[in-house]
Design a protein around this ligand. Sequence first.
Ligand SMILES: NC(=O)c1ccc[n+]([C@@H]2O[C@H](COP(=O)([O-])OP(=O)(O)OC[C@H]3O[C@@H](n4cnc5c(N)ncnc54)[C@H](OP(=O)(O)O)[C@@H]3O)[C@@H](O)[C@H]2O)c1
Length: 285
Amino acid sequence: MSSNQVTSITSLNDGKTIPHLGFGLYNSPPDVSQKSIEEAIRCGYRLLDTAQYYENEAQVGAAVKQSGRDRKEFYVVTKMLGSNEASMEQDLASLRKSVEIIGLGYVDLFLIHSPTFGREGRARLFKAMITLQKEGLIHSIGVANFGVKHLQQLKEDTNVTPAVNQVELHPWCQQRDIVDYCEKENIVIQAYCPLVRGEKFGEEGLKKIAEKHKKNPAQVLIRWSLQMGYIPLPKSDNPKRINDNADVFDFKLDDEDMKVLREYDQGSEGAIVAKAIGSDPTTCE
Ligand SMILES: NC(=O)c1ccc[n+]([C@@H]2O[C@H](COP(=O)([O-])OP(=O)(O)OC[C@H]3O[C@@H](n4cnc5c(N)ncnc54)[C@H](OP(=O)(O)O)[C@@H]3O)[C@@H](O)[C@H]2O)c1
């Protein structure tokens, strides 16, 4: 594995850059996550994807400090769930608290975690993020689980286009309308659940592609995401898998492989998380 490729970067619409491959941290308990992040850093991952909700923001900061590497090498993403009832002051305080808990001076990318708290609340929280961006505490701002309508409304309400939309994205849930809109608006897509949490590793077509390239199904799914131009965020607390999931730069899926994977799409039916958390991006309230 070449760490140069793990850390290769893509440009955002705000002039900043972001690494091509990330490390997911959902469901990584705080007593385990710091060791996992340290292992990920050794493997070359530099983008670390946490959230207030995951309760491991502090471990991200601690692992980065423990690495002894320059802060600027890392790309820390966190997210905040908004609320209908919050005020601008409360939103600002909550954003500042994350920056403080992470303890690295600034957050590279702050995302609105979910659109499910109303148009007004989304615009207010995004404006709070813009304020902290001006103060230098947040470098880039974005959203997660936003459908096309949510993105259009946010732009109308704030005059700012988010740099990133993080959505569930894998061959069984290809989110084509969101991807098309984001491409048009120059919004980079981060793909969550890139491994479909292991639920599809037994699919015959996927297994055949993996055998052909002498790779495992997880590596094929990560490679698919990279070749589609997304930023996949595979999560693991297992050191061997953390390594394997970054070892995806010595092979390339060909047109035939990409066709097999493209045909797995089940639209919103293929989502395993978006519905569970009630933020199906195809609906908009
Ligand atoms: N914005 C949002 O609303 C949102 C929602 C969901 C996820 N996310 C982000 O996206 C990241 C990835 O999504 P996810 O964690 O839900 O799912 P995922 O990355 O698709 O799958 C993670 C699961 O697969 C297992 N796994 C990892 N590598 C493997 C391998 N090589 N072989 C076999 N099993 C493997 C992991 O177990 P072990 O840990 O035991 O290896 C874990 O149970 C999250 O961690 C989070 O950062 C964001």
